[in-house]
Design a protein around this ligand. Structure first.
Ligand code: NAP
Length: 285
């Protein structure tokens, strides 16, 4: 099997490292934007080859995995389409599945080869230097096959993810984007908003000097890559806005309770949240 990974950042490089560690028998080519990234990736034995030219790299690919920011996917799909062999499976790791599915269906001629997937694993650091061969161990990977996706192609992508130690689940594309808007996209937006709002306060320096506990935990998400999260917001706006509106209503409810000193409402709300959080404390970001 010749696997081509487009984009060797945190997720692409971690995937390459994980399957190699698990004894992947095929060869891996990384499509990168700079020669120095390619040379480093080969030196570190993350991949066997590198290419700066996606059209050339995919000519002999059995599977192509896109691991670039969401808005870069369209260009990569269009660029690879003319030289992509008819049997090649095309998968991705993007955080928004409907956008990838739409772009892949528009660019590629064989929809049965398209297998969208999303590892629910990551961290605030990005780039190849942050790669970790254990990143996906015991973490969920959601595959979101299209109605047209061939079962054999779904199995091939699932088998590679299983090699990384991930636990596979299946959702449909829209369901994935709705759920992830609530559990991942909106929490990141809130963290970015909170930290940005504090930065604008006149006493910002003092606020950040005393960061500890709650603020540190909550604001961790705001250390994430701005391009990646801007792309996620721009490719999943409907679900994110819906989730934000629901949250806004709830926040207003809590705000009113604080304003009028309604301790019962505050305690009930916090208790419901505490119980829910401890029941689902195995849910990963
Ligand atoms: P990353 O570490 O920033 O890596 C992105 C890679 O894409 C880098 O190799 C970068 O190349 C390349 N790239 C960036 N912009 C590009 C462009 N315009 N055209 C071509 N290549 C480009 O990002 P990541 O965390 O691996 O994320 C990759 C994908 O995984 C994203 O779609 C993201 O939504 C998804 N994802 C991320 C996480 C997470 O927690 N990080 C979790 C699950 C899924 P250079 O090295 O040359 O900059």
């Amino acid at each position: 099997m010749h696997l081509v990974i487009v984009g060797l950042g945190l997720i692409g490089a971690s995937f390459a490292a994980a399957v190699k560690k698990a004894g992947f028998g095929g060869s891996i080519t990384a499509v990168v934007r700079s020669q120095s990234s390619g040379v480093t990736a080969v030196e570190r034995a993350l991949v066997d080859h590198y290419s700066l030219d996606i059209r050339d790299a995919v000519k002999t690919a059995d599977m192509v995995m896109l691991a670039v920011p969401m808005l870069a996917m369209r260009g990569q799909l269009t660029d690879m389409a003319p030289t992509l062999p008819t049997h090649t499976i095309v998968t991705d790791v993007g955080s928004v599945k409907s956008y990838f599915a739409e772009q892949a269906l528009a660019a590629l001629t064989h929809p049965e080869r398209i297998v969208p997937a999303h590892p629910i694993a990551g961290r605030e650091r990005s780039g190849m230097d942050a790669a970790d061969e254990t990143l996906f161990e015991k973490r969920r990977v959601i595959v979101t096959p299209l109605p047209e996706t061939a079962a054999a192609n779904l199995d091939a992508v699932s088998a590679l993810w299983a090699m990384t130690g991930a636990v596979l689940e299946t959702l449909d594309v829209e369901h994935h984007d709705r759920v992830l808007a609530h559990t991942s996209h909106v929490p990141h937006v809130l963290a970015f908003a909170l930290v940005d709002a504090l930065v604008k306060q006149p006493e910002a320096e003092e606020i950040f000097r005393y960061t500890a506990g709650g603020f540190r935990d909550f604001s961790r998400l705001a250390a994430s890559d701005p391009v990646m999260w801007s792309d996620i917001c721009r490719t999943n706006p409907e679900a994110i806005l819906k989730s934000l509106d629901q949250f806004d209503l709830h926040l207003q409810h809590i705000r009113s309770a604080i304003e009028i000193g309604d301790g019962d409402t505050l305690e009930r709300t916090f208790e419901r949240a505490r119980v829910a959080r401890s029941q689902y404390n195995d849910v990963q970001s």
